[in-house]
Design a protein around this ligand. Structure first.
Ligand SMILES: Cc1ncc(COP(=O)(O)O)c(C=O)c1O
Length: 489
């Protein structure tokens, strides 16, 4: 296939060039009916491609023309049998994977550190999640992947499982032995659904962890928009093999998707795929080199330590994406959020996320060394302003996301009779809502789980640190919604 082609983008350019008189939405009509300041800033070129699914432009819900051709080129580039485009981010692609493979009461094996979209889909499907504990890293205070032992024992204990969700790689760039996991799951006839939100680039450089398709997974929801160069909100769903029915997945994705699909997002997927296929290796070589150099320099700053391949010791931490710079700041006696704020206020630097102990910076081929040099310099200024209070590997006082029990199916808890109780009085109750720090959007508690003193303590530690805790109806998190006492469905 000719990966130099961009059929979708070209079709839109040809259409815009013809300047048809538009008696269809959007009513801004190529920007002419729009706020002038916005129009001038965004530019007429972009607005001329802000179109809808009129006949000449194909239809994402039933592609037969340029969209289909663009999806086929993407499938070829990613090594999938079928690729479907999403204009609603990876969340919708993830929900599609779950809803296309499990239904009411079906068992799905899920790492406990999944993104909230997995749990949303499980609630919608009415499926029964069995949570698998990821490996926890008590030096960095983060969760990694699933070990082969964990997966193997879950598959033996739940032979009825229909699907297994795997995060590959994690937000922090760590991958488990995905090929090994796929082999185990397939021996049991279980479909492997990969959350590849942070792994679109892995298919294009051998120094990176295996991509989901390379490892033999059945489906992967892959954020082209996060690390692959397309516009925010554009993503893909890759499918291969005989376990998953690709046509059914397409129907489910269509059910979840707006009928007003953004052609700007679709065109950006088309051109990002071209760039990855033709120049991805070269671009990634640059990003990896920049990130590794920065990691080396940051590791020389007293009190700071970056996650790296030297921290991988098991099948749960099998491979590493060096373009993720996770910097532990806990030896400085600061939280990651403190450092995020200092970088913003004193150095005009914005990071991807922070948590209690770390900041995460994402390095791409869009960066240059002078930007990373500024980051290294800013971090050394931050470190200079602090006294190193502990050694990085000091695991004392590291609070990890606490484990709890699932006492009720998430859907049952979500739709149960509920009441609202002060957070301090909620211990022992079953929560009916999700609560998480976003980013990364991993639920601390999800509907159906028992609220423990440790989970409340963890939530309060995050709130005190200023981190963005969200999810509950009460945005200030003073109250939690719990299943009413005595309610039994
Ligand atoms: C691990 C993981 N999965 C899924 C998602 C959802 O991706 P999107 O924001 O494209 O919907 C995210 C977003 O941050 C994520 O971190």
């Amino acid at each position: 296939m000719n990966q130099d082609a961009t059929p979708l983008f070209d079709m839109l350019l040809r259409h815009a060039d013809r300047e048809p008189i538009q008696f269809h939405i959007p009513a801004h009509k190529r920007g002419r009916g729009m706020d002038t300041r916005f129009r001038t800033f965004i530019g007429d070129n972009a607005l001329s491609l802000d179109l809808v699914n009129i006949a000449p432009l194909d239809d994402l819900h039933h592609p037969t023309g340029a969209i289909k051709h663009a999806e086929e080129l993407a499938a070829h580039a990613f090594g999938a049998d079928v690729t479907l485009f999403s204009v609603q981010g990876t969340s919708t692609a993830i929900m599609t994977m779950v809803l296309a493979t499990v239904g009411p009461d079906d068992v799905i094996l899920v790492p406990r550190n999944v993104h909230k979209s997995v749990m949303t889909a499980i609630i919608l499907a009415g499926a029964r999640p069995v949570f698998l504990n990821p490996e926890l890293d008590s030096a960095f205070g983060i969760a990694h992947g699933l070990s082969l032992e964990t997966v193997s024992s879950a598959l033996s204990q739940h032979p009825e499982a229909k699907a297994l969700v795997v995060i590959n790689p994690t937000y922090f760039g760590v991958s488990a032995d995905l090929a090994g996991i796929v082999e185990l799951a397939h021996n049991h006839g279980v479909a492997v659904l990969v959350d590849e939100a942070h792994g679109v680039h892995t298919a294009f450089h051998e120094a990176l962890p295996l991509s989901a398709m390379q490892a033999g997974a059945d489906m992967a929801a892959t954020s082209v928009h996060k690390l692959g160069g397309s516009m925010t909100g554009s993503s893909i769903l890759n499918i291969q093999g005989g376990i998953v029915d690709a046509r059914h997945a397409q129907v489910v994705l269509s059910m979840l998707t707006t009928t007003s699909t953004s052609y700007l997002l679709l065109a950006s997927l088309d051109v990002a795929r071209r760039e990855l296929a033709l120049s991805g290796h070269e671009h990634l070589e640059k990003a990896i080199t920049l990130a590794n150099r920065a990691r080396q320099e940051i590791n020389c700053i007293p009190g700071l330590s970056c996650l790296g391949p030297e921290h991988l010791h098991s099948t749960a931490t099998f491979a590493f994406d060096p373009t993720k710079l996770t910097v532990s700041v806990k030896s400085l006696g600061l939280t990651g959020y403190d450092v995020e704020r200092m970088l913003r206020e004193e150095h005009n630097i914005e990071v991807e996320l922070s948590d209690l102990y770390n900041i995460l910076c994402i390095v791409s081929w869009g960066d240059e060394w002078w930007q990373l040099e500024k980051l290294v310099h800013a971090l050394s200024e931050v470190a200079k302003s602090c006294v190193v209070v502990s050694h990085h590997t000091d695991e004392k006082n590291v609070q990890l996301p606490p484990k709890t029990e699932l006492l009720m199916a998430p859907r049952d808890a979500f739709y149960a009779r509920t009441e609202v109780v002060p957070i301090a009085e909620s211990v022992g109750r079953i929560i009916a809502e999700m609560i998480m720090v976003y980013p990364p959007g991993i639920p601390i508690l999800m509907p159906g789980e028992k609220i423990t003193a440790e989970s409340i303590d963890y939530i309060e530690t995050n709130l005190r640190a200023g981190l963005p805790v969200q999810g509950p109806d009460d945005a200030e998190i003073r109250f939690l919604k719990v299943v009413r006492e005595g309610y039994c469905g």
